[in-house]
Ligand binder design. Structure first.
Ligand code: NAD
Length: 516
């Protein structure tokens, strides 16, 4: 997902300012957990294996880290519980100041953070800059809201009244996927902290880096020790967190399968839960659409971050009469994508996260071909010219035709750079086929007919719908899924409901009316 920024990201005067303190030099040789205000090595009390962190662009191992065990998780939750006693009592205006200071410091170090994200994730540098900006925007946005979060006054008969108090939940756990590491850490920590909660965050084991830097910046900007902690590890570490009795809320981003496990794990304590899960989103292109914008929208809906985007609209339904012209323009644009070293300014398409994921995506492409789909563009692994990138995980952006609704490629989330083209004849048919999935994260449509745009948006079963664009997510706009794509929302004021609990206080103005 992109923030609202354009490729050159230059609309913010402070964006590329030069005060840099958080150099990533030596980053990988230091411990990767951050608990109670300091970097600490996981004790790995019940694990024998390290996990490897790999640079996707080169295939090089960046570090081996022990997974955090139960003792590490206990320690982080305890630190967050202690910090909650302090942070929940800090006046909201002061919480806002600390968060705003954090946002400024992140902006001052944006370039270093973006470089680290590229090394760890493989996405192009221009996108990484936008992701850091997106985290900054979220922190600024919730800092701005913090002082104005209030309850309600509700008049009752006889002069009595009730009022509501919006209270924090306590220790929240954030668990992230690997595709938007810093953005997820920002999107989860910002509302949690603004509402007076504390957090233990576990990034994906593939991308442990930038959440840790965020923790250091929060701490340097005055956040009490233990208010934002980072523990590293794989699924088992995540399970220790979600099943921990000291945790009051879990906000998870990842696959549907893991989301179901987490929901079960939270059931024992009835923990509050936000789930941001997978998608299989549709994009509808009607015959009256501006075809250049539709082609650009299809690129934005499929090939950001090498196609590893939950909201991507990989099922492109095109009205039959304009299919050939749309496909021509979509391929022309896709061919312009420059694949290669994600650190270079002109690279627009980087490396997939891992060899295993590259194999999985290629498996979907080969499987679709066996089912009768054909390749219009891409469909193969590629090795950039630079010999240093020979062992990186690259696949050409891929466009497939002759795809039907029942093929595996149309039903399962590929989470890679594979767009499929299907045609439709009527609006009703397009909507029915678009909704024919258990997932409902996002959708999009291109048309110049304003009535149809809103009619179709209302009928599509998804939490987010873009009309005449795709994958824009400014911080004030709520994001989340319908159906099995999730529960709750991130971003926007809606998220305040998911990080607070409402207490109703009833005040009697007269005598107690009692039958005896
Ligand atoms: P994943 O489910 O494999 O892992 C996500 C996180 O969960 C990782 O940090 C992992 O270590 C942890 N985890 C794994 N098992 C766990 C368990 N039993 N208990 C607790 N934590 C556990 O997903 P992934 O491969 O990292 O990410 C890809 C998926 O994420 C895709 O399906 C994508 O659509 C989804 N995603 C959704 C959104 C959204 O906002 N809806 C955004 C990005 C990615």
């Amino acid at each position: 997902m992109s923030s609202h920024l354009a490729k050159n990201c230059t609309s913010y005067p402070y964006l590329l300012s030069s005060t840099r303190r958080y150099s990533s030099n030596g980053f990988w040789t230091k411990p990767l957990n951050f608990i109670a205000g300091e970097r600490v090595r996981p004790t790995n009390d019940n694990r024998s294996q390290d996990f490897s962190v790999v640079e996707p662009a080169t295939g090089k191992i960046l570090c081996e880290s022990p997974s955090s065990g139960k003792a590490d998780v206990d320690r982080a939750v305890k630190a967050a519980q202690e910090a909650f006693q302090i942070w929940s009592q800090v006046p909201a205006i002061e919480r806002a100041r600390i968060m705003q200071k954090t946002a400024r410091k992140l902006a001052d170090n944006l370039e270093d953070f973006a470089r680290l994200e590229v090394t760890n994730n493989g996405k192009p540098i221009w996108e990484a800059r936008c992701d850091i900006q997106s985290a900054i925007d979220a922190i600024d946005f919730y800092a701005g809201l913090a002082p104005s979060m209030t309850g309600q006054h509700i008049p009752c008969p006889g002069g009595s009244f009730a009022y509501t108090r919006r209270e924090p939940l306590g220790v929240c756990v954030g668990i992230g996927a690997w595709n938007y590491p810093i953005q997820m850490a920002g999107w989860k920590s910002a509302p949690a902290l603004a509402c007076g909660n504390t957090m233990v965050f576990k990034p994906s084991q593939f991308t442990p880096a930038t959440a840790l830097l965020l923790a250091e910046v929060y701490a340097d900007c005055g956040l009490p020790k233990g208010a934002f902690n980072v523990v590293q590890g794989e699924g088992e570490t995540g399970h220790f967190l979600t099943s921990h009795p000291g945790v009051k809320k879990v906000s998870f981003t990842g696959s549907v399968a893991t989301g179901k496990l987490i929901m079960k794990s939270c059931a024992d304590d009835i923990k509050s839960l936000t789930l941001e899960l997978g998608g299989k989103s549709p994009l509808l292109i009607f015959s009256d659409a501006d075809l250049d914008n539709a082609a650009k929208g299809a690129v934005m809906a499929n090939f950001l971050t090498q196609g590893e985007v939950c909201s991507n609209a990989t099922r492109i339904f095109v009205e039959r009469s304009i299919k050939d012209e749309f496909v021509k323009r979509f391929i022309e644009r896709t061919k312009k994508m420059k694949i290669g070293d994600p650190h270079l300014e002109d690279t627009t398409f980087g490396a997939l996260i891992s060899k295993a994921h590259q194999d999985k995506v290629m498996g979907y492409i080969e499987g679709a071909k066996k089912e009768g789909a054909t390749i219009l563009y891409g469909g193969e692994r590629v090795t950039p010219d630079d010999p240093a990138l020979a062992d990186g995980f690259y696949i050409l952006p891929t466009i497939m035709d002759n795809v039907t609704d029942d093929m595996v490629i149309s039903r399962e989330e590929v989470f890679g750079p594979v767009a499929t083209i299907m045609t439709f004849d009527t609006e009703e048919e397009a909507v029915t086929r678009a909704n024919n999935t258990q997932l409902g994260l996002a959708c999009g449509l291109f048309t110049k007919d304003v009535q149809r745009a809103h009619r179709v948006a209302a009928q599509l079963e998804a939490g987010n719908c873009w009309i005449n664009n795709y994958n824009n997510l400014p911080p004030g706009v709520p994001f989340g899924g319908y159906k099995q794509s999730g529960l709750g929302r991130e971003n926007g004021t809606a998220t305040i409901d998911h990080y607070t609990q409402l207490k109703t206080v009833y005040v009697e103005a007269g005598d107690v009316d009692c039958p005896v």
